[in-house]
Design a protein around this ligand. Structure first.
Ligand code: SF4
Length: 357
């Protein structure tokens, strides 16, 4: 079959979503139907770079392909998301309704320097970290690559794509490495030079500690950053806070993170949620500094964001400062994360269907 020989096929089942195809896979699909592979490059440019989602307007495609494109791959996105803005207007929470009725949440966070888009990889989460609203939901299902890409597009559309450069963090709902295939396919799509052309250095994938998948990710050579949700400095406490620790304890996790960092040549971010009176002692700070020094890393401290029904408390600002001061001289690159979106139930650990007031 050639470009010009495509024929309408009425009654075919709904075509797969365009947003789940990497350019290589789209070219394969085109190739199977006799459409030259380079047409996939053109369609990618139209959709991701010129923001054109009407196949009939893609003027450099042959008329037959234009009229057939949506039967090869569906260009529709999930419906308009519900958007909630924080009181300072810098943070927005997006709630997307997916085809099967599942809901997924994503968050855009703006600072003076940059825009960061936080995306979800699952509806709910199976890992049940004890301080996390998403964990309370349990796992509903994995997201497909197109549902991850759609979150980015929804947030970009909302901002009218004014930011040429932005960062993406897989730190929304779900454990990204428990949905590795879809996350990696989404990364390839977002990274593609004919797609959003987002540098791998602008993409960070977080994990609560799935060691085999960290090693798997390293082999894929995607060069994305890794963030490890550590949250405790002893296995005894981490077993309680992050139950997956019982399977892969801290030493194994840090070994895998070190190997990952050495393979991709990037520092691992150690995420550390500070829970008042639980993991914010000076002895914790000393152990955390030791961990941080043992691998190429930076430390990100996150004062706990309250979740209704959970007993944990946010430490006082003085306690956060004291912890950070103890770390600074001994650990490389310590930052304290601004609390973004707390008034939206959009901050770290708060995604999970909690409603903004
Ligand atoms: S912190 Fe992350 S891995 Fe843990 S339950 Fe929440 S979403 Fe899942």
């Amino acid at each position: 079959m050639t470009d010009a020989s495509l024929n309408p096929t009425p009654g075919l089942p709904k075509s797969p979503s365009f947003y789940g195809f990497s350019r290589g896979r789209l070219a394969d699909r085109f190739g199977e139907l006799g459409v030259p592979r380079y047409r996939a490059d053109q369609v990618f440019s139209w959709v991701y770079q010129k923001r054109m989602r009407d196949a009939l307007q893609m003027t450099n495609l042959p008329a037959a392909l234009r009229s057939q494109l949506t039967s090869l791959c569906d260009l529709a996105l999930p419906g308009t998301p519900k958007v909630f803005a924080s009181s300072d207007g810098m943070t927005h929470k997006f709630v997307l309704d997916l085809q099967d009725g599942a809901r997924v949440e994503a968050v855009s966070m703006r600072t003076e320097k940059r825009l960061t888009l936080c995306v979800s990889s699952q509806v709910g989460c199976a890992l049940k970290c004890s301080f996390c609203a998403t964990g309370l939901m349990g796992l509903k299902r994995n997201l497909r690559a197109e549902e991850i890409v759609a979150q980015v597009i929804a947030m970009g559309d909302y901002n009218d794509w004014q930011d040429e450069r932005f960062n993406i963090v897989f730190m929304g709902m779900g454990e990204p490495l428990a949905n590795l295939d879809a996350v990696c396919e989404a990364v390839r799509i977002l990274h593609d030079e004919r797609g959003l052309n987002l540098g791998a250095r602008r993409i960070t994938v977080s994990t609560s500690g799935l060691v085999p998948q960290i090693r798997e990710l390293a082999k894929l050579d995607l060069q994305v950053g890794l963030a490890v949700s550590l949250h405790a400095t002893t296995d005894e406490l981490r077993d309680q806070l992050v139950p997956v620790n019982k399977r892969w304890p801290i030493a194994e996790l840090l070994d895998a993170a070190r190997e990952y960092g050495n393979t991709v040549g990037r520092r691992t971010t150690l995420e550390y949620t500070l829970l008042g009176g639980v993991n914010d002692s000076m002895a914790d700070a000393d152990r955390l500094a030791k961990f941080a020094r043992a691998l190429p890393s930076k430390v990100n401290l996150i004062p706990y964001n309250p979740v209704p029904g959970l007993q944990w408390k946010r430490p006082t600002p003085e306690a956060v400062e004291a912890f950070a001061q103890r770390l600074y001289p001994h650990a490389p690159a310590v930052t304290i994360r601004d609390t973004k979106g707390g008034d939206l139930w959009a901050a770290c650990g708060q995604l999970g269907g909690l409603s903004p007031s």
